[in-house]
Ligand binder design. Structure first.
Ligand SMILES: *Cc1c(COP(=O)(O)O)cnc(C)c1O
Length: 380
């Protein structure tokens, strides 16, 4: 340990990035990369050409980017309104980040830093909330979920809110629908979120909104302690450009603007997000196919007697091995994961199961074949 580093950082592990970034050969390009829930489709060539033109003709690389993001915020506000058939929001309700990850960190800095608050998460869930909190020295309180439908253990969550002290819980993070388990918030979970005191910030991460088509942005206007996060990394096919946004009350947005770095989004990313929004009908055309492919994957894989698969509202599925199908399920899962990888399909091994992104039609067909082939010879 370097002597000048904060002692609490030693016990945390960094977020494990996409395996393709480990080394050039660890995931050759011909692998089906179904472990990070990206769109399987690159931007259409005509949009790439448009962006290339913008890069050549409009962007001056010697100049700082537009640090106020006004044009992009206007376009996002319009899309947010359209996504819920409302006309409530303007640029004053939007903040943009270098991925939603940056916004998560800004929210943590704005609420809990310096011993002022703890956060609550319900595992399994998106790991970045906990990881980013820990790097800031913010305590993370974790409760569990129902083992079959993955609903949050609301009794435990309520008890945590009432009992956590020094510092008390100031932020609750939920994903709608959740990752890795793919379930949307239920009526009971929503009722609990609505019941929370206005002293607690509720962060609703709608990274998969375009696949679930359920959003809480309509209700946000009446709830000053709620914020909604969304991203361009999934349905909009721009994971490489790192753009996320937050919808919130203007006062909360003003705080986020105070906390962020002045030029957090490169000019090219701003241009990319604008092009994506202008062409959203074209980009979102692929979603019905993803949803029908998801249904097909779930239907076929559910016929495997060893697998337990939950319903999904996102662009991925989550499965576990049935409790009595193997003597040592953990060892079976590990070998299962390795064998799938050897055959060329990379999935995410997480929380005792696999999260598998819905890919192209060809990738999904290979997923089914490979899962069936591995299970046929898996003995543990
Ligand atoms: C993929 C994902 C995001 C997106 O993060 P970016 O930093 O915008 O790429 C956010 N939240 C959840 C739950 C996700 O799964």
């Amino acid at each position: 340990m370097l002597p000048f580093i904060r002692s609490d950082l030693a016990k945390f592990t960094a977020y494990k990035p996409h395996p393709s970034s480990d080394t050039a050969e660890s995931v050759p390009v011909q692998f089906d990369r179904l472990d990070t829930n990206e769109s399987p489709y690159d931007l259409p060539p005509e949009l790439k050409e448009k962006l290339a033109w913008t890069y050549q003709q409009v962007i001056e690389t010697n100049r700082y980017p537009d640090g106020g993001h006004e044009t992009l915020k206007d376009a996002i506000a319009q899309y947010v309104n359209e996504s819920a058939a409302i006309s409530l929001y303007t640029a004053a309700n939007i903040s943009v980040g270098n991925g939603s990850d940056e916004l998560i960190r800004s929210l943590l800095i704005a609420t809990c830093l310096g011993g002022e608050g703890s956060i609550l998460v319900a595992n399994p869930t998106f790991s970045m909330y906990g990881i980013l909190a820990q790097t800031l020295g913010i305590p993370v309180v974790a409760v569990g979920r129902n083992e079959t439908n993955f609903e949050i253990d609301l009794k435990a969550a309520q008890a945590a809110i009432e009992q956590t002290q020094n510092p008390a819980i100031r932020v609750v993070f939920v994903v709608h629908p959740n990752s890795p388990t793919a379930n949307s918030l239920t009526a009971a979970e929503l009722a609990w979120l609505r019941s929370l005191s206005e002293h607690i910030l509720v962060v609703i991460d709608e990274a998969y909104f375009e696949f679930s088509q359920t959003t809480l942005v309509g209700e946000l206007a009446q709830r000053p302690n709620w914020v909604i996060l969304r991203t361009f990394s999934k349905a909009f096919r721009l994971a490489a450009l790192r753009i996320g946004y937050c919808v919130a009350h203007p006062e909360a947005i003003a705080i986020l603007e105070k906390v962020r770095l002045p030029y957090n989004l490169p000019s090219f990313s701003i241009a990319g997000a604008l092009v994506a929004l202008q062409n959203r009908a074209l980009l979102l055309e692929s979603i019905p196919q993803t949803l029908s492919e998801r249904a097909k994957l779930i239907e076929i894989l559910s016929q495997q007697p060893e697998l337990q698969i939950t319903a999904s509202a996102a662009n991925f599925i989550y499965l576990r091995l049935k409790p009595n199908s193997f003597n040592s399920p953990d060892a079976a899962l590990k070998t299962f994961h390795q064998k799938l990888r050897t055959l060329g399909t990379v999935v995410r091994h997480i929380s005792g199961g696999f999260r598998i992104t819905v890919g192209t039609i060809e990738e999904n067909a290979r997923t089914v074949n490979r899962v069936q082939a591995v299970l046929a010879n898996l003995e543990f």
